[in-house]
Design a protein around this ligand. Structure first.
Ligand code: NOJ
Length: 561
């Protein structure tokens, strides 16, 4: 395994609930992951990132952690984790796990102790308890709203039965925020990092890495009127990503709970812990802030290694916008000596086989459902998604692939209301569909029960009938299938060292075309309505059928330069 592997790695996100279910309880598990690692090795990825599998009541699908150093029985045991890790390493696949430091579950023993203890106690000081406002204390301490909708404060009942203090939860009421000014919290997370590093993990994806520190005094904040919710993913509350190079850190320009300067010293401290271990262990930030130079602060040389490029994820399928975000990404991350990352889908956003073609506004976190308008046909959505993926996997840096996108899975629109589990759905009274549509269990074998997701039982979210044709065994080895395209792209990416390459824009193309050279490969993507002539060069990869030497709409090719 080479050094600084993370600069160029293709990292595959596993959402354990929905990947593979070995024990037949309808929910994926660690043994299921172990059994399918061969498929991922064949796909050609360098690392996997696992969303949480820790002890949790699953109010937010495991992002509500009750015990950071154990495996939830639904997912298996620590021994299953060790077996999975060993098998991954034996196959040359590194393993990144999810760390959730902004909040715990309300079932965490610290929070239970805080509830039992008195206001002002050391137990309460690990979280953000405050007295309410007004004569009876029945007004929340400030006006902050939960990312999932509704107020960010919940009032507790004190041990003597009287209405008591309030605690802050930027997400669900079952996810109380830690107080990161408390040294005990800091020490506990160093312990948690070491626990997993000692077990051999290769790194951590850090959940809500922009949220741990809140502005002093917890001042009121009213987001700008045009703000999207950015909700499900732990978003900024800002109006979407802007690409201006200036870093605006004016007080009042940003929510007092996102991207406070104080978070950086925490990551410098963690970096020192990771650097005690051999083998280039990494930290990857989920930091939904903008603009990109601000995100780059998370990956300065003594902080994290990578930050998710949500600006790229949020860019529409538009050549000018793509050129702008690619330039801005390479510049912002390059300025601090970090690789850019690239990502199109994850467990918080509408799958890109649908999202890139939706014609109606769809704020991040709202999701799609039966009432949503402007949805593409399956074929049109997939065609564009494949073109977008082929473009992304040719870019220099590290790329993330979310489970199921290699099968071309679309967002599941028609989930029954009573199957939905995302707290966003409940906290908005069904006004926002939330994120369940991108979390439906994977189809592996077309003719097996649950398409091979598990041996029996109903999957925790129902799989649509149309997924039968998308099952992995229907696509494996089939020329032109989405799975084959991903495998080819990942193989060529490695062969031509595209992750370590340099991007050079190619002039002379129509405005609707994104065209660049990365080392020995020329990439041409047509986002426009009209076909365009291809330049000379052997075709290494095409995301869709070519018409002779013309590149149809929503198609990307790689040519040997
Ligand atoms: C971001 C995670 O990706 C999302 O799934 C989760 O709900 C929030 N953070 C809260 O932990």
């Amino acid at each position: 395994m080479t050094s600084e592997w993370w600069r160029t790695a293709a990292i595959y996100q596993i959402y354990p609930r929905s990947f593979a279910d070995a024990n037949g309880d309808g929910m994926g598990d660690l043994a299921g992951i172990t059994s399918r690692l061969g498929d991922l090795q064949e796909l050609g990825i360098d690392a996997i990132w696992l969303s949480p599998f820790f002890t949790s009541p699953q109010r937010d699908a495991g992002y509500d952690v009750a015990d950071y150093c154990d495996v939830d029985p639904r997912f298996g045991t620590l021994a299953d984790f060790d077996a999975m890790l060993a098998e991954a390493h034996a196959r040359g696949i590194r393993v990144i796990i999810d760390l959730v430091p902004n909040h715990s579950s309300d079932r965490h023993e610290w929070f239970q102790a805080a509830l039992a203890a008195a206001p002002g106690s050391a137990e309460r000081a690990r979280y953000l308890f405050r007295d309410g406002l007004g004569p009876d204390g029945d007004v929340p301490p400030n006006n902050w709203e939960s990312v999932f909708g509704g107020p960010a404060w919940t009032r507790v009942t004190e041990a003597d039965g009287t209405p008591g203090q309030w605690y802050l939860h930027l997400f669900d009421s079952s996810q109380p925020d830690f107080d990161w000014t408390n040294e005990e919290v800091r020490e506990e997370f160093r312990r948690i990092l070491r626990f997993w590093l000692d077990r051999g993990v290769d790194g951590f994806r850090v959940d809500v890495a922009h949220g741990l520190v809140k502005a002093e005094g917890l001042p009121d904040w009213t987001p700008p009127a045009d703000a999207g919710s950015m909700g499900g993913a732990g978003g900024t509350g800002a109006s979407g990503v802007t690409l201006e190079p200036e870093i605006s850190d004016e007080p009042g320009d940003h929510a007092p709970y996102w991207g406070q300067d104080g978070v950086h010293e925490i990551y410098r401290d963690w970096r020192a812990v990771l650097d005690e271990y051999p083998g280039e262990r990494i930290l990857a930030a989920e930091a939904w802030v903008d603009p990109l130079p601000r995100v780059a602060k998370w990956v300065r040389p003594d902080e994290m290694h990578q930050a998710f490029n949500f600006a790229y994820l949020e860019t529409p399928w538009d050549a000018a916008a793509l050129r702008t975000v690619i330039d801005a990404s390479l510049e912002a991350f390059g300025d601090v000596g970090a690789p850019s990352t690239w990502v199109l889908s994850n467990h918080d956003v509408v799958r890109h086989a649908t999202r890139l073609s939706v014609t109606e506004a769809n704020p991040q976190g709202h999701g799609l459902g039966p009432e949503s308008k402007g949805l593409p046909s399956f074929e049109a959505g997939l065609r564009r998604a494949r073109a977008a993926t082929a473009l992304m996997l040719a870019l220099p840096g590290s790329a993330y692939v979310y489970q199921g996108e290699e099968l071309g899975l679309p967002e599941v629109i028609h989930l029954p209301d009573d199957a939905r589990q995302d707290p966003t759905w409940f906290r908005t009274g069904g006004e926002r569909y939330g994120r369940d549509g991108c979390r439906v269990p994977l189809p592996w074998e077309a003719d097996a029960p649950n398409y091979g997701f598990g041996p029996a039982g109903d999957p925790w979210l129902p799989q649509p009938d149309e997924w039968r044709e998308l099952a992995r065994d229907r696509q494996r080895g089939v020329p032109g299938s989405t799975l084959s395209m991903y495998r080819l792209a990942l193989g060529l990416r490695r062969e031509h060292a595209l992750g370590a390459g340099t991007l050079e824009w190619l002039p002379g193309f129509d405005d609707a075309v994104v065209a660049f050279r990365n080392g020995s490969v020329v990439v041409v993507a047509n986002t426009g309505a009209s076909p365009v002539e291809l330049p000379a060069g052997d075709v290494l990869l095409a995301s869709g059928d070519l018409e002779g030497r013309t590149l149809p709409t929503d198609t990307t090719v790689w040519l040997r330069a």
